[in-house]
Design a protein around this ligand. Sequence first.
Ligand SMILES: *[C@@H]1O[C@H](CO)[C@@H](O)[C@H](O)[C@H]1NC(C)=O
Ligand SMILES: *[C@@H]1O[C@H](CO)[C@@H](O)[C@H](O)[C@H]1NC(C)=O
Ligand SMILES: *[C@@H]1O[C@H](CO)[C@@H](O)[C@H](O)[C@H]1NC(C)=O
Ligand SMILES: *[C@@H]1O[C@H](CO)[C@@H](O)[C@H](O)[C@H]1NC(C)=O
Ligand SMILES: *[C@@H]1O[C@H](CO)[C@@H](O)[C@H](O)[C@H]1NC(C)=O
Length: 492
Amino acid sequence: MSKLVALVLLSLAAAQFPPAVPHLTSFNSSFTFTPEQVSSLEIDANLTITLQNIIRFENTQLAFGGPHHDAFYTPPPLNTTTPPPPGTLLSLQAPTDYSAYTIPPLTSLSRLLYTTTTYNGTIIPTSAFLLLPYLPRPSPPNSKSAGKIPLVLWTHGTSGFFPSATPSSHRGLWYETSAVYPLVEAGYAVFAPDYAGLGVGFDWDGNRIRHQYHAAPAQVGDVLYGLLAVREAFPGLLSEEFVVVGHSQGGGVAWAVAEALADEKGKGKEKWEGVKGGYRGTVAVSPTTDAFNGDFAPETFIAPTVGQAVATVFPGFTQDKWLTELGVNRWGVVEAVEGGIAVVQRLFFGQEGVLKKGWNETWEAKAFRKLMTVGGKKFAGPLLIVQGDEDVYVPYEGTRIAVEKTWEVDGKKGDLEFYVAEGVGHVPALHAGQVYWLKWIGERFDGKGVRKGGFRTDVKGLLPKEWYQKFKYAFPLWTALPEFQYETAAAL
Ligand SMILES: *[C@@H]1O[C@H](CO)[C@@H](O)[C@H](O)[C@H]1NC(C)=O
Ligand SMILES: *[C@@H]1O[C@H](CO)[C@@H](O)[C@H](O)[C@H]1NC(C)=O
Ligand SMILES: *[C@@H]1O[C@H](CO)[C@@H](O)[C@H](O)[C@H]1NC(C)=O
Ligand SMILES: *[C@@H]1O[C@H](CO)[C@@H](O)[C@H](O)[C@H]1NC(C)=O
Ligand SMILES: *[C@@H]1O[C@H](CO)[C@@H](O)[C@H](O)[C@H]1NC(C)=O
């Protein structure tokens, strides 16, 4: 651009500066509970106001008003008597109107619907997003991926339990600067399944689709069927090779993908034959492994959130087997208003009187625990486990046990590396390990070998602890409306 043209453009831009308006946090939502809901919750006036504020905030984070207002989440009608096989692309929105999101400049967002299965094999529709970089991270010139965008499958941590809690309609795609933005800015295509039950709320017969929370094999299907669908959606664009990266619930899912790809005799074998060839490894950060172990996960959180979907695996289960009347009533309201994780925390976390004693001794609890536990099994490597030693949601000790059990299974010969960051909490583990895991992913695409033999890497920050900001104290405020553009330099 010539200097003159640039000056003209600059003065044109200056002439069009919109008026600046204070950006109030009054939110694009006036949600209030009904009096009946308040009495079912058995909460005081202050907590009522608190929860309403949280829900108003959550609703405001939803691009296009979220799944209940956004036609994208309604699957196209079936033209056949049975749904197409899992992994079939149902619809593609490419690109999505990115002005509703906080994604970095020169990145591109698309969303797709495809078929997956429930834990028990019923074919259902689900959603995902794909974030694409301006230019790909270069692959070695002679590799199959040369000229293509190297593909990372991102499996997110808990966002919630209902359709509204879907990362693909969250303005920051739920993990924004903690994972998805650094990945796309490093030149990777980031394919991110929402997980069935989040986003698309109903199947073609109008049956409610539940998020089978912590039923890792179900989410493995969402990831790998999604891989088939995104390849169909963007033929020739994405590398055949892929790396799986996940955090928290999604760290457990990522690890479970590695286990499914090593499954020589189970149902995984024939299912994933078509995708195995491109697999290059997995990074699981702060992963959930055995969430039913009360020593390492708060049971007041696990019982209601897992329990809401147990009937989809074990028919006949009702939540009152695990929850008291107060617990059941509270969950009923949470479900009616689709409260997210912050709402569930306030109503259940460490609360007296919501759980039935002995809930974890019921046969459903024991059976569900068995099918969902990750770790201590064969896996397709290489596998990098990243963990902070001050994580209160997924404690270090639980992850250490899962890692050591897994090392035992393969006699410490395999390629599982355990990376432990000192003084680091749950989500910050992604940040503490970022330099390391980004390099690790790059090496997988470059075809480098990994260290074998059960490696453990311990790190601590270079500076004294108190020099570091420990958690995140801000969120990216969406500013696409002209009257808020003065708030973001990148709008220029
Ligand atoms: C409710 O909040 C007000 C104002 O913050 C406070 O003065 C009051 O003690 C609170 N009441 C209860 C029951 O917590
Ligand atoms: C506000 O929410 C409504 C639906 O609840 C949605 O249609 C609209 O796009 C939202 N507006 C903004 C500015 O986010
Ligand atoms: C059914 O056919 C219509 C019209 O051709 C098409 O738009 C829709 O995507 C099809 N549905 C599926 C599930 O393929
Ligand atoms: C679903 O699978 C589980 C575990 O494999 C089994 O126990 C249960 O009976 C199945 N449920 C249905 C509805 O088929
Ligand atoms: C169930 O929880 C109790 C109390 O938290 C604990 O003592 C017991 O070992 C747990 N049972 C199982 C099967 O985990």
